[in-house]
Design a protein around this ligand. Structure first.
Ligand code: NDP
Ligand code: MG
Ligand code: MG
Length: 341
């Protein structure tokens, strides 16, 4: 059974006594920086020269510095630039300015797990990874709640890494929900697997195939969109509230019977074999290498895949249909093409 931690298990004064530098002000960066500030922590944001994020952070009243200067001022440095640039930022600007006895915080274990960053042996290395997108991490905190976090210690030279990690998790609101103890390896491998096999990759492909199957059979795209994409949220909300069982309880007996009969026909045991192969490539580092090599080459594979996804007919159908429902507009407005920042 996993070890769980809540607000009462953490001492907020530990992180409140530190100077914290949050490097990056995107999806996670803005949420960590604002939540820390509102929990009484002394925060500065570290951004590169000419950063488009600077104005957003300044508009919130946050102190903004160059990355090197932010690191020099800080006892705790939170690395929330995109995974593919973290090793450059670490080597060029963080490592040379990081004091002995300082703490490095990550929001995902990628660069440590795959060895792209090898932290100095004079600092603590911890992870506090919210299990939700950054915009939700901020919104939940502002509403008095929190997104669950998973917490890990990779390197503990001061002997205080774990209590500080819990203190940090409390300050961003994570322990209002729960903190689960993990390791960098477990977090990285399960996070990559979840997003690739089920949440992002699996769900997107499933929806696209469903839409293609219906429209190729001559059904109207608008009707197909409702059946395979729009209603997915309603189904997932039920699963979120009460598991797969609650979803099956809520739908009609016809739908429930169809679930049992046709689910395993669509997602057959072969899919599980594919999932095991995906997990294998995560564990042996092949996925990480492919991602980083592509990024280093200017991301040709990534950009081509993104363009192909955006050109799928389901996107045009959805854009038109969503204009018709006012209640979807606010979350659509958060979305800007390309970046979650
Ligand atoms: P984003 O892509 O949203 O981060 C963009 C931010 O990083 C921008 O402020 C950008 O500034 C800044 N940045 C980019 N390059 C540099 C650089 N060279 N030096 C300094 N700052 C730079 O990242 P995410 O928030 O998505 O991810 C951050 C970390 O959090 C990752 O480790 C990710 O795996 C993890 N994570 C992310 C989740 C999410 O919800 N997105 C969920 C859980 C974990 P500029 O304006 O200059 O471009
Ligand atoms: Mg992830
Ligand atoms: Mg139906």
């Amino acid at each position: 059974m996993a070890e769980l931690f809540y607000d009462d298990d953490a001492d907020l004064s530990l992180i409140a006594a530190k100077k914290v530098a949050v490097i990056g002000y995107g999806s996670q960066g803005h949420a960590h920086a604002l939540n820390l500030r509102d929990s009484g922590v002394d925060v500065r944001v570290g951004l590169r020269e000419g950063s488009p994020s600077r104005e957003k952070a300044e508009n919130e009243g946050l102190k903004v510095r160059g990355v090197a200067d932010a690191v020099k001022e800080a006892d705790v440095v939170v690395v929330l630039a995109p995974d593919q640039v973290q090793r450059h930022v670490y080597a060029d600007e963080i490592a040379p300015n990081l004091a002995d006895g300082a703490t490095l915080v990550f929001g995902h274990g990628f660069n440590i797990r795959y060895g792209y960053i090898k932290p100095k042996d004079t600092v603590d290395v911890i992870m506090v990874a919210p299990k939700g997108p950054g915009h939700l991490v901020r919104r939940e905190y502002a509403d008095g709640r929190g997104v669950p976090v998973i917490v890990a210690v990779e390197q503990d030279v001061t002997g205080n890494a774990w209590p500080l990690a819990l203190s940090y998790a409390k300050a961003i609101g994570g322990l209002r929900a729960a903190g689960i103890k993990t390791t960098f390896t477990e977090e990285t491998e399960t996070d990559l697997f979840g997003e690739q096999a089920v949440l992002c990759g699996g769900a997107s492909q499933l929806v696209q195939y469903g839409f293609e199957t219906l429209t190729e059979a001559g059904y109207q795209p608008e009707v197909a969109y409702f059946e395979v994409l729009h209603e997915l949220k309603l189904i997932v909300d039920l699963m979120y509230e009460g598991g797969i069982a609650k979803q099956r309880w809520s739908v009609s007996d016809t739908a429930e019977y169809g679930d049992y009969v046709s689910g395993p026909r669509v997602i057959d045991p072969h899919v599980k074999e594919n999932m095991k192969a995906v997990l294998g490539d995560i564990q042996n580092g092949a996925f990480a290498e492919r991602f980083i090599n592509d990024q280093d080459a200017g991301a040709p594979e990534f950009k081509a895949a993104r363009a192909k996804g955006e050109a799928h007919p389901i996107e045009a159908t959805g854009r038109e249909l969503r204009k018709l429902f006012a209640w979807v507009k606010p979350s659509d407005a958060d979305y800007t093409e390309g970046s979650a920042g």
